[in-house]
Design a protein around this ligand. Structure first.
Ligand SMILES: Nc1ncnc2c1ncn2[C@@H]1O[C@H](COP(=O)(O)OP(=O)(O)O)[C@@H](O)[C@H]1O
Ligand SMILES: [Mg+2]
Length: 469
């Protein structure tokens, strides 16, 4: 296998000193992920210091260590491990072929979904290696890691960038130096830190500051922040492309029908053509993500027909819409795992999709709190009433005091159980789930609703499709 990095290259990039020449084929800062061929990066953290996990990483098979101090194994000593990882990221970006296309993805919601779908679409066009960030590695450590993992010879790179505070994306985008910068959607996530939706849009717009080469900005049209984003993009981009449901958008959906119950049939108007494709993922938010993907594929000069095929067989992402069939006595129920993330926009979008599921039983939603809403928290949790009613939800299992207002508002109109924690919610759901039911499970990741999903669906294969991971 070709080396990802030789020790000489790492020395040159970081100014560090290697114990002896070696090569690595992978790189990680999580000792649990480390395996043969990997460089373990002993990152200092706020809670833990990676240096305490070197032994664990080596036991898991790691081949070498990037460390602050000399070790009795192949290693490179550097003054500052976090800075060294950033230097490696810069070197990875610098060594890319000038013809390669780097696409940066940010937004309030839909980053990982869009990143995965875009990488799948580009992979289908078989033009060469497609590199993407894994999971949601999108912050000041995740982005450098994702870049440092980029193999030489990469043709397309899709990198997710996230933020909690203003100024973060500005730093990340200067490292990524995207040719194409895509914003998926603007919504009140992290409003606690940023103060207003305008400030959120400004912070996302920082992604354009790193644009280089062909410098294309891709922006959601369906947001009140559209004009602000276009203005931010114009300062840095040569071309601005908008996508969205309305005709005004450059890339739009001419028709979208969800008649099959198996996803949507969409005809999209692109810049230079039209494309009709099926979209395996359900919900309006996925139509939006698909339009963003096609905008990026067209901007990158990749194969649109191949992208259309890829959108037709995207698997569900764990925690972001993965579907599980639960075998029960007398039949089956459907469990939709949205346990990874929740904010007002994604809550409304997925409740709407639940309403569109064909069910012979009931529609049940198990909802945990949406985090980081600050002063808006109470109002936003209560505001779930409308999408829940419109979706025809039959039963709600609500976790935590954040839902006091919603429970009060809906009691008597929908069967509502309010419980203290995930264990209690798991018990309620297990006791009440019946054949034919469709269950939406959604909360911010920190609530831990993944445990409920594991308890009900653990070990079972996702419905219909292989998980896209
Ligand atoms: N374009 C979108 N608009 C609104 N909600 C979305 C969109 N795309 C995905 N979602 C919802 O948001 C959740 C989180 O999606 P994800 O792609 O992980 O976002 P991020 O990476 O930005 O945190 C998904 O489970 C889905 O419910
Ligand atoms: Mg993400």
């Amino acid at each position: 296998m070709t080396a990802l990095w030789t020790s000489a290259e790492i020395e040159a990039a970081t100014g560090g000193t290697a114990s002896a020449p070696f090569e690595v084929t992978g790189i990680t800062f999580d000792s649990r992920e480390a395996g043969p061929g990997d460089l373990f990066v002993a990152m200092p953290g706020t809670a833990h210091d990676g240096h305490d996990f070197i032994t664990a990483a080596l036991q898991n098979g790691a081949s070498a260590v990037l460390s602050r101090k000399p070790l009795h194994c192949p290693h490179i000593v550097v003054d500052d491990v976090a800075k060294a990882l950033e230097s490696l990221a810069k070197a990875a970006r610098d060594r890319l072929d000038p013809k390669a296309v780097v696409i940066g993805v940010t937004g309030s919601v839909g980053k990982t979904s869009t990143k995965e779908a875009l990488a799948a679409a580009l992979t289908r066009s078989r033009k060469g290696h497609v590199h993407r960030s894994v999971k949601s590695y999108n912050n000041h450590t995740g982005v450098p890691l994702s870049l440092a993992r980029m193999p030489r010879g990469t043709c397309f790179a899709v990198l997710e960038m996230g933020m909690n505070h203003a100024g973060e994306i500005a730093g990340l985008t200067r490292l990524v130096r995207p040719h194409i910068a895509l914003i998926t959607a603007i919504a009140p996530a992290h409003i606690e830190n940023l103060g207003s939706i305008e400030a959120i849009a400004d912070a996302k717009g920082e992604i354009f500051e790193g644009l280089e080469g062909r410098r294309i900005a891709i922006i959601p049209d369906d947001t009140p922040q559209r004009d602000n984003l276009v203005r931010a993009a114009r300062g840095h981009a040569e071309e601005v492309i908008t996508f969205g449901r309305s005709d005004n958008a450059d890339i739009s959906a001419l028709h979208a029908v969800d008649s099959t119950g198996l996803g949507s049939l969409v005809t999209a108007r692109l810049l230079a053509s039209e494309l009709t494709f099926t979209l395996s993922q359900r919900g309006d938010h996925w139509i939006s993500n698909a339009l963003a993907v096609l905008a990026a594929v067209e901007a990158a000069g990749a194969d649109l027909a191949a992208a259309g095929l890829a959108l037709g067989d995207l698997g569900g992402l764990k925690g972001r819409g993965e579907r599980h069939v639960i075998a029960l006595t007398g039949g089956e129920a459907l469990l939709i795992d949205e346990s990874y993330n929740a904010n007002p926009a994604s809550m409304a979008a997925t409740l709407k999709s639940l309403g569109e599921e064909r069910v012979t039983g009931r529609r049940i939603a198990v909802l945990g709190a949406m985090r980081e809403l600050g002063a808006e928290s109470e109002r936003e949790h209560r505001a779930i009433a409308e999408p829940a009613l419109v979706a025809g939800v039959d039963r709600l299992i609500l976790i935590g005091p954040e839902y006091d207002g919603l429970a009060a508002e809906l009691t008597g109109r929908i069967a509502v159980d309010q419980v203290a924690d995930v264990s209690a919610a798991t018990e309620r759901l297990t006791a009440s789930i019946a054949p034919g039911d469709a269950v939406l499970v959604k909360a911010s990741n920190s609530i831990g609703l993944a445990r409920l999903v594991d308890a009900l669906a653990g070990g079972r294969t996702p419905a219909g499709q292989e998980a896209l991971r």
